[in-house]
Design a protein around this ligand. Structure first.
Ligand code: PEP
Ligand code: MN
Length: 338
């Protein structure tokens, strides 16, 4: 971190400020005294420093970060890829992991139709929402606790780990018991109390990028979870909001290599929510794999037209099967497996 001091301050003011920084912020201050102004280079745990509070000091002209404000999620301090083991499924390794299932858990009939096919078609993890963060309070809100119960049934019956979204910390104990990966949805990416609570548990977390959040904000949210002690975090790019209306969101493909460069955490792509259109799931899945994604999370429904949520972006189980076969060729081209 670089701090430029204002012109005209006294030597004593500069000296006092240096001592104050070293004592209160646990950093070493390296001064460079120019003819007009003094510049301080700060070394140490500068990611812990609140840059805005420094800017408010009367003798400070400018503050600039040299290092990223996140540490635990940063590849600089953890050069190797993080691989997360979820019941034997390794996420972040050579094999691209596919999570698939309905937007919402609706009934046992659909659950069994998916449970008995998806694994054989190439999915390793089953997705399903129980608590749905819907834009309208009049839309289907999910089955809640009953949905978690049904996912627990499915994972036991079909031997597949399950992922589901948490919207309220009140249900954390039930998620801990019945769910293998806890999803934080785009709308809760900056629900910091939720992130802090998830930092204290021993459970993999799939953190979705908010639709209006920068990559740095995304990584800072991952840092919230990791700084609490839970380092099993996956980053999920699910599209951001742009001026384009043809697709539900715009899949930020370049976020994939950027996240891989900046962080060691696995990167998962959600082509379903990113596009909102079933026919775009395949091309965007191919692009995601080519760009370096470690996994995909895809909405699959036995009867998309009757789905209570997100039917227009859900694909049929048979189409999912064909999709995985076609993705295999893309995965091979980038030296991965699926
Ligand atoms: C979901 O995965 O069901 C979901 C609601 O996704 P997002 O938070 O990305 O909108
Ligand atoms: Mn959905």
């Amino acid at each position: 971190m670089i701090i430029v001091l204002k012109n005209g301050i006294t030597k004593k003011q500069a000296e006092d400020f240096k001592n104050h920084l070293e004592e209160s912020r646990n950093v070493k201050v390296c001064p460079i005294a120019g003819t007009l102004s003094t510049v301080y280079g700060l070394v140490g745990d500068t990611y812990k420093i609140d840059i805005d509070s420094l800017r408010q000091d009367d003798i400070v002209e400018k503050v600039m970060r040299v290092q990223e404000p996140y540490k635990k999620a940063n590849r600089k301090f953890h050069p190797d890829n993080t691989v997360i083991d979820v019941g034997g499924v390794k996420i972040g390794d050579k094999k691209i992991v596919v999570m698939a299932g309905p937007c919402s858990i609706e009934n046992y009939e659909y659950l069994d139709a998916l449970g008995s096919t998806l694994k054989g078609y190439g999915a390793s993890i089953m997705r399903g929402g129980a608590f749905k963060p819907r834009t309208s309070p009049y839309s289907f809100q999910g089955l809640g606790e009953e949905g978690l119960e049904m996912l627990d049934y499915a994972r036991k019956k079909y031997g597949m780990p399950v992922i589901s979204e948490i919207t309220n910390i009140e249900y954390l104990d039930e998620f801990m018991e019945k769910i293998d990966i806890i999803q934080v949805g785009a709308r809760n990416m900056q629900n910091f109390e939720l992130l802090k609570a998830l930092g204290k548990v021993d459970k993999p977390i799939l953190l979705k990028r908010g639709f209006a959040n920068t990559i740095e904000e995304f990584l800072m949210s991952a840092e919230y979870i990791m700084s609490g002690g839970n380092d099993k975090v996956m980053l999920c790019e699910r599209g951001i909001r742009t001026m384009e209306t043809y697709t539900r969101n715009t899949l930020d493909l370049s976020a994939i290599p950027v996240l891989k460069q900046l962080s060691h955490l696995p990167v998962i792509v959600d082509p379903s929510h990113a596009t909102g259109v079933a026919s775009l799931v395949e091309p965007m899945s191919k692009a995601a794999i080519a760009a370096g994604a470690d996994g995909l999370i895809i909405e699959v429904h036995p009867e998309p037209k009757k789905a209570l949520c997100d039917g227009s972006q859900s694909i049929l189980p048979d189409d999912f099967k064909e999709l995985i076969l076609r993705l295999r060729r893309v995965a091979e081209a980038v030296d991965r497996e699926i």
